[in-house]
Design a protein around this ligand. Sequence first.
Ligand SMILES: C=CC1=C(C)c2cc3[nH]c(cc4nc(cc5[nH]c(cc1n2)c(C)c5CCC(=O)O)C(CCC(=O)O)=C4C)c(C)c3C=C
Ligand SMILES: [Fe+2]
Ligand SMILES: [Fe+2]
Length: 350
Amino acid sequence: MTATPTHAAHAPEDHPTLPPARIGVLLANLGTPDNHDYWSMRRYLNEFLSDKRVIDYPAWKWQPVLQGIVLTRRPFASGAAYRSIWNTEADESPLMTITRAQTDKIATALNNRHGDAVRVDYCMRYGNPSVKSKLREMIDAGCQKILFFPLYPQYAGATTATANDQFFRALMDEKWQPATRTVPPYFDDPLYVEALAGSVTRACAGLDHDPDVLVCSYHGLPARYLTEGDPYHCQCQKTTRLLREKLGWDSNRIITTFQSRFGPEDWLQPYTVEEVARLAKAGKKRIAICAPAFSADCIETLEEINEEIRDSFVEAGGESFTYIPCLNDDDAHIAALLRQIDRNLAGWID
Ligand SMILES: C=CC1=C(C)c2cc3[nH]c(cc4nc(cc5[nH]c(cc1n2)c(C)c5CCC(=O)O)C(CCC(=O)O)=C4C)c(C)c3C=C
Ligand SMILES: [Fe+2]
Ligand SMILES: [Fe+2]
């Protein structure tokens, strides 16, 4: 279909005109509600919690519970939590604001190097902007090759795989399917670990005393997913180990915990909310806490860690609780993400 002069001479009059061939880099994060009112929350949670990669119960068992119980109550509680962290100026959630800022910085760096040949954008697995709408825009803009980048350092079926699924699903509808690649997890990438270490060092430098313990709190998963083959738990443990080695701290000063338990099953342990209380009672009165699984601050960090988990620590007698923000659009983080992109664009562009 390339419109060479000879070809154009033979092409029918309604032959589509084509923009110059480009490469797309499509960043993807989890998603977030459009607003924090009941119906926006319900729509978002319904899409999210109906995903079999997230909740793997058979639909006949899960859907009545989800529609009848979870979605009548949770939108109120979650809506209030979102309201407490909402970016009122931009009227959007922090996850959206930060993902856009990351995209802008990555776009600037890649456009400086490659000009118009590379187009960078972002999408969300649930809600807006959807994977499908952004794939369409990229194809319309001439992207014949697309690198899809789920922004999760550690792989989980409930995050990385479902984002990829949604991308592949959208590709199924395209007459002319672009060539595609997906970026693998980067939990052990030296630049990512260096960026994490930098954020910890900076946070500690601002304190009167070093923290007794650094808690690395990762989003949890049902424990069963690990025994069924999900490598998330192991990748989280490895990130913590590499971070500890990079910082040069003793092993008893850095621990791995899991937060955000949902539903009645056992999740990966120890649970952050319980562990910080245990630390306070054991005399570890000064802690710092970071969240390496989140590439951007969101409800799970700004509300759950910095409000609920902080309260648990203080109520148990803790004295100093330092929340270390996610890497967000820090230059060291952008450099780490750019390295993943460069590595995965090899052979497509040099
Ligand atoms: C970072 C990795 C994540 C994993 C692994 C993950 C698994 C997982 N999550 C739920 C349920 C919920 N998660 C919610 C929010 C949320 N989760 C992640 C990331 C991971 N989830 C992010 C980045 C966010 C924040 C989105 C934002 O807009 O800020 C929520 C919604 C909030 C709430 O109502 O509490 C739910 C629900 C399950 C069940 C699960 C694994 C099976
Ligand atoms: Fe989650
Ligand atoms: Fe949560």
